[in-house]
Design a protein around this ligand. Structure first.
Ligand SMILES: [Fe+2]
Ligand SMILES: [Fe+2]
Length: 242
């Protein structure tokens, strides 16, 4: 299918961004797995993490194929500053493992499941749809990796310190995930972009839809899941929204 017209500029830009994002996910998960090994996490958790790394590399490769199929020619930009996890100087490694666990997996990978479900709905172009199907299947495991890791971290001797970090920083992480997906619809970058049927067929959707999915995810996923591990997400969410 010839990839022409103004909406294809959008399609190509989006798939190039996805290649970059999937590759970055592989890198930061690889680093998190190393950290899990360094704090002697259970072999099961380490194995699950390694599976996630392989999935993310596959997502990057499949997204690249779709980008090329859409006529993309400009190579993706791999910004090395975004290909690693930040270390807090002087703080125990467990603190930064916890931060990556909650921010990247309990928030990011958890909202990714309904986002990809929505993106896949209107997606009919075979290359793009194959990626969506694979990613959607894998994101469920990636989400579960985070929610398995979190209670394990809370059981560590430093568990109480880690709980305190979640209580303190959860509003910041919620705020970030809302901003990343255009919570301030109308003001967000790209909020005015028009996603027509041909772009939808390639797996794109409006920024306002992203924002709506994030809001729904709070009630459906974050609130009950955090509650289960004894974290009051409601208060953090109110602080993030207000
Ligand atoms: Fe991915
Ligand atoms: Fe993922």
């Amino acid at each position: 299918m010839a990839a022409e017209g103004p909406s294809f500029e959008l399609v190509r830009a989006e798939w190039r961004r996805r290649v970059e994002a999937e590759y970055a996910s592989a890198c930061i998960t690889q680093e998190l797995v190393l950290w899990l090994m360094q704090i002697a996490a259970s072999p099961d958790l380490i194995e699950s993490g390694l599976e996630v790394v392989k999935d993310e590399l596959a997502h990057a490769e499949l997204s690249m194929q779709t980008y090329l199929a859409a006529g993309g020619t400009t190579p993706p930009v791999l910004d090395r500053a975004r290909l690693c996890l930040p270390r807090t100087p002087g703080a125990p490694l467990e603190h930064d493992v916890l931060r990556a666990c909650v921010d990247v997996f309990c928030l990011g990978e958890t909202v990714a499941v309904p986002l990809f479900k929505n993106l896949r709905e209107g997606c009919t172009e075979p290359n793009a749809r194959a990626v969506m199907t694979r990613v959607l299947r894998d994101e469920v495991r990636h989400r579960d990796f985070g929610w398995t890791m979190l209670p394990w971290l809370f059981e560590l001797p430093v568990g109480e310190e880690l709980r305190a970090i979640v209580e303190r920083e959860l509003p910041v992480w919620f705020r970030r995930v809302r901003t990343a997906y255009g919570a301030t619809a109308g003001r967000a970058v790209g909020a005015d972009r028009v996603v027509d049927d041909s772009a939808r067929a390639w797996g794109l959707m409006e920024i306002s839809r992203y924002a709506a999915v994030v809001e729904e995810t709070f009630e459906r996923e974050w609130k009950p899941r955090f509650h289960e591990v004894g974290v009051d997400a409601e208060r953090a969410w109110r602080a993030a929204v207000g």
